[in-house]
Design a protein around this ligand. Structure first.
Ligand SMILES: [Zn+2]
Ligand SMILES: [Zn+2]
Length: 488
């Protein structure tokens, strides 16, 4: 923590202690938030045992330095970049359930996962029920979980080297024009053996999470053209769809008698770099299956896996893309999904539900059901102010300071009334200086709003722009400073 916090609390006699153990690091801010919600905790002293943890907790705590009973908690959590306990709980339950269901059938944990918990034990065994309902909400009803990889391929399983080209030279970069990328790819591919079997595979997944499909077009060395389509699972990542496509295509040519080289082209760098780590490094069932086929084929033929730029008009790649999209509409029923894709789907669904259920607040008028982006730049104080203002809780607000007793006046020492004279905006005296007033309504900033946004009436959604919020705050503080309220 910052130095100003050090050695401030030498006699914690006024404090009662609470000792909590949290295993995974990312859960700490969440636990902290839940602890601070205790209604009878007025002050808290938090001790952490290493710098990084302190660092990680500092921003959330600064943004969260409000009591949930008095300020909407969801905006504060969202601004602090902390997922809600509500959605994290669902994700963790679904992950545990999926991992258990990926175990062999005779594994005791799998049997526990498959059984129905007795009602009287629901509080301790509820992860199964919660996980199941979360999976159904995420659209995974009836989806089978892919068995996890039991035996990894052994490090000494070697063969003739398999070449991985993850590039086609500088022209293939994303920033280049389509023509440049296509030309770079064509030139690069011309250097590969022409007398070969060529595979062009591609994957497709709606929004990168569901309805997976893999497609491939194969030009065999003997002059045949084959098309492959395969369903990749109702819940499926883009990379997994790519891997499904490649596996199906490789299996199709596995028994080809030809000794001619094999070239497999894919536009997924993620899939190819996953595979390029080697046979023994594969931790997924699909990755290991592909490597087994590759090893088989490489006994007899020279194998090259080649990355190609996507969507730049390479006819074969476009054709594979069309096949993949078509394959995504195949029946998915029998295709299992992996635990990771299922967990991700639950996480996305739960987070979306959480955002859609935010109560009405200043934050919601700004963001709707979207999440704030991280604020770039080095200045933490400024970032915290922006977060606080948008969350509807601003540490420099006189109304807030008056309410907690830090800004007494002659007439009133402390009160929660927003119409109390001590709570009014120091500059215009029209109403309390809540964030909404400062950013959207205070007349003293009319000129600044006009200059910054082109209108004196700012649409709340414009406040998603952190720079605008920071500029308005700075302008406001400059007007307030001469009135004796501290430096801006
Ligand atoms: Zn008052
Ligand atoms: Zn004002």
């Amino acid at each position: 923590m910052r130095n100003r916090w050090k050695n401030r609390f030498t006699t914690p006699a006024e404090l009662s202690e609470s000792f909590n153990v949290v295993a995974p690091q990312p859960l700490k801010p969440l636990l902290m938030h839940n602890l601070l919600r205790q209604p009878d905790w007025r002050r808290s002293l938090v001790l952490v045992n290493w710098n990084e943890a302190a660092h990680q907790l500092e921003l959330p705590l600064s943004v969260l330095s409000a009591r949930e009973a008095e300020f909407p908690g969801d905006p504060l959590l969202a601004e602090a970049g902390i997922p809600s306990a509500w959605s994290t709980r669902k994700t963790l339950a679904a992950r545990t359930l999926c991992r258990a269901l990926a175990l062999p059938e005779d594994d005791p944990l799998r049997r526990v996962a498959e059984a129905d918990p007795p009602t009287r034990l629901r509080s301790t065994t509820g992860w199964r029920q919660l996980g199941r309902s979360a999976l159904i909400e995420a659209g995974a009803e009836g989806v089978t979980v892919e068995p996890r990889l039991e035996v990894p391929l052994l490090p000494w399983t070697t063969c003739r080297p398999i070449a991985f080209n993850l590039d086609v030279g500088p022209g293939g970069r994303r920033a280049s024009s389509n023509e440049t990328r296509r030309e770079a790819a064509r030139q690069h591919l011309a250097a590969l053996p022409a007398q070969a079997t060529w595979i062009w595979s591609d994957g497709s997944a709606d929004a990168g999470v569901r309805r997976g499909g893999g497609g491939a077009v194969i030009f065999t060395a003997s002059g045949e053209t084959l098309e492959v389509e395969v369903a990749a699972g109702g819940l499926c990542s883009s990379t997994r769809a790519e891997l499904f496509a490649l596996r199906a295509a490789l299996e199709r040519v596995r028994d080809e008698p030809s000794p001619a080289p094999l070239v497999a082209c894919s536009d997924s760098r993620a899939a190819l770099s996953l595979l390029s780590a080697g046979a023994a490094a594969q931790t997924t069932t699909i990755g290991a299956a592909i490597w087994r086929t590759l090893l088989d084929i490489a006994e007899r033929r020279q194998v090259t896996l080649q990355w190609v730029p996507a969507h730049c008009g390479l006819a074969e790649n476009e054709r594979a893309d069309a096949l993949a999209k078509q394959a995504a509409t195949l029946p998915q029923g029998a295709v299992p999904s992996d635990a990771r894709s299922l967990t991700r789907a639950v996480h996305r669904t739960a987070t979306r539900q959480w955002r859609e259920n935010w109560p009405d607040s200043f934050f919601k008028t700004i963001f709707g059901s979207t999440l704030p982006l991280p604020i770039p730049g080095e200045d933490r104080e400024a970032a915290i102010s922006v977060h606080q203002l948008r969350a509807g809780h601003w540490g420099r607000s006189l109304q807030y300071l008056h309410r907690i007793g830090r800004h007494p006046s002659v007439e009133c020492l402390q009160c929660p009334d927003k119409r109390c004279p001590a709570a009014l905006c120091a500059v215009c005296r029209e109403e309390a200086d809540v964030p909404e007033h400062v950013l959207l309504r205070c007349p003293v900033l009319a000129g600044a709003r006009l200059r910054l946004t082109g209108s004196i009436y700012v649409d709340p959604s414009r406040l998603r722009d952190a720079d605008l919020v920071a500029a308005l705050e700075a302008g406001y503080l400059r007007h307030r400073e001469p009135l004796g309220y501290g430096p801006p």
